[in-house]
Design a protein around this ligand. Structure first.
Ligand code: NAP
Length: 486
């Protein structure tokens, strides 16, 4: 490995089971490559079903002591982890850019964002409380207890290699649940570095376990285990549905953060400069590879040409380059399959009448795809039906509000949605009618630690962040006390 770090100890080629690092050398392993260059970043163990069971047993053994700690004690460890993540921000970002491709500045932003979940849930854990509810009898009391659900597993995708880990693990640990983490085999080193810092922070052995490698055996063992009480998954709807089925026999608690197909609506009374800035942030973050990226940009006919012209200028200013290069704003896509999917969507759209609005854009070179603005997109195109997951912004025309809402909701997904207007009544009408877990009015940013994040329809079940985020790791117990003498 040639990655230069201030602390090379963060780049471990190992999984963590019961406090012991299991190295990748001399065993079944997977090589991780840099999507910008194809160069190897390192090897990770390809963990087996038996190793998954060992991690589950370690977490089970760690649970009684971990849940017995006070919320303050658990919070103090999370605070220490948070501080270490920020102290090592540059190294963590370098690791992320090497394996995931996003520009360094964006990787640093993701580390800061990932750290906010650790801090927020360190504090939120202290606010989990019991509740005494009105009793139907004088000599009875009923107390509602909130208890940790138990051993929890987190399966996470490659597009946010740090934030998807902390968004799940911080609330689980704060609630008193030990965790088993399975990061994407494409971006495991960020997760490994985060876990190394958690070990340094002092989490007891077995409370955090990290399994690396191909997902099938690990996923099957996790879902089949009755010891694992909770699975939180972020990834595609296809794999989410598979894990849902696999979890049925053990009646597992599930959080599923799945795919999206976000509409972004620009009404004719919008502040167009604001709409352009927000569209750029929503559409092109992480080279368009986020579940909340605007996938369909719906523009009212009367402002369509003006909006397209202004957005075109902003798209032309993007700089597609390796994430380590100064000024890069669009890195490579994660792999060749991702490039192929984007290319197929663009070819399909052009064949069905879409127009490329900027010369030379959309050009492909290895895993790099130059940003592309497409005009005259229509609902029969593949990019209207599926996540494109790339730097392609298709513009659709609409006539009135009712048509915009109908177009926005014409998808089996319901994760993020965005709209731009200055009309107060319209703001409420549209916000209430959009079928989505998150609605953004006059902003392109919706992901933050204090707000619930998640989807409806085939975008998932459950919420991460905010109060709802820790509730996903808590069971409710009704404690009935009778025979009290008054
Ligand atoms: P993916 O293929 O579903 O993979 C997600 C995770 O599941 C990875 O860790 C993957 O492992 C693992 N996995 C794959 N097959 C599995 C199996 N049979 N059993 C257990 N685990 C399995 O999704 P992706 O392509 O990495 O991520 C992109 C998707 O995630 C998009 O659809 C995006 O919208 C969605 N996403 C949603 C949110 C949200 O909050 N709603 C956030 C980010 C991304 P390997 O990578 O090792 O194969």
């Amino acid at each position: 490995m040639t990655l230069l770090l201030d602390d090379p100890g963060l780049l471990r080629q190992a999984a963590l089971i019961d406090g012991a690092w299991i190295p990748a050398t001399g065993r079944a392993s997977v090589t991780v490559t840099d999507p910008a260059t194809g160069a190897a970043v390192g090897d990770i163990p390809d963990c087996s079903a038996a190793e998954t069971e060992a991690a589950i047993a370690a977490a089970e053994a760690a649970w009684p002591e971990w849940r017995a700690r006070t919320a303050n004690e658990r919070g103090a460890l999370l605070e220490r982890w948070h501080a270490l993540v920020l102290e090592n921000l540059d190294d963590l970002a370098r690791i992320m850019t090497a394996e995931q491709g996003k520009p360094l500045a964006e990787a640093q932003g993701e580390i800061r964002y990932a750290a906010t979940f650790i801090k927020w849930f360190a504090e939120e854990g202290r606010r989990v409380g019991a509740r005494n509810i009105a009793s139907p009898e004088r000599d009875r009391r009923i107390i509602i207890l909130q208890e940790p659900v138990g051993v929890s597993a987190a399966i996470t995708p490659w597009n946010f290699p740090a934030a998807m880990i902390t968004r799940k693990c911080a609330p689980a640990l704060a609630a008193g649940c030990p965790v088993i983490i399975k990061p994407s085999e494409l971006t495991p080193f960020t997760a490994i570095a985060l876990v190394e810092l958690a070990v340094r922070a002092g989490f007891p052995k077995g409370t955090i376990n990290l399994l690396t490698g191909r997902p099938q055996a690990i996923g099957a063992a996790i879902t089949a285990s009755p010891v694992v009480r909770k699975l939180s998954f972020t990834g595609s709807t296809r794999i989410g549905a598979l894990l849902f089925r696999q979890s049925a026999d053990t009646i597992k608690r599930l959080s599923l953060e799945l795919g999206g197909n976000a509409p972004l609506i620009v009404f004719d009374d919008a502040d167009l400069d604001l709409a352009v800035r927000a569209t750029m942030a929503s559409k092109f973050r992480n080279a368009g590879q986020t579940c909340v990226c605007a996938n369909r940009i719906l523009v009212q006919s009367s402002v369509y040409d003006e909006f397209a012209a202004r957005l075109g200028q902003a798209v032309a200013a993007l700089h597609s380059a390796p994430g380590t290069e100064d000024g890069a704003t669009i890195g490579p896509l994660i792999n060749a399959a991702a490039v192929d999917k984007v290319a197929a969507h663009v070819d399909d759209a052009l064949a069905k009448g879409a127009k490329a609005l900027a010369a030379g854009s959309g050009r492909r070179d290895g895993n790099f795809v130059r940003p592309l603005l497409l005009g005259d997109a229509t609902p029969d195109m593949r990019l209207a039906e599926e996540e494109t997951f790339g730097p392609v912004a298709p513009l659709f025309r609409f006539g009135d509000e009712a048509e915009a809402i109908a177009m926005a909701n014409a998808t089996p997904y319901g994760l993020a949605s965005y709209f731009y207007t200055r009309d107060l009544a319209r703001s409420f009408r549209v916000a209430e009618r959009l079928e989505a877990g998150m609605v953004a009015l006059n902003t392109g940013s919706i992901a933050m630690e204090m707000a619930p994040f998640g989807g409806v329809k085939q975008s998932g079940i459950g919420r991460e962040g905010g109060e709802a985020g820790i509730a996903e790791y808590l069971e409710t117990k009704a404690f009935h006390i009778g025979g009290l003498e008054f």
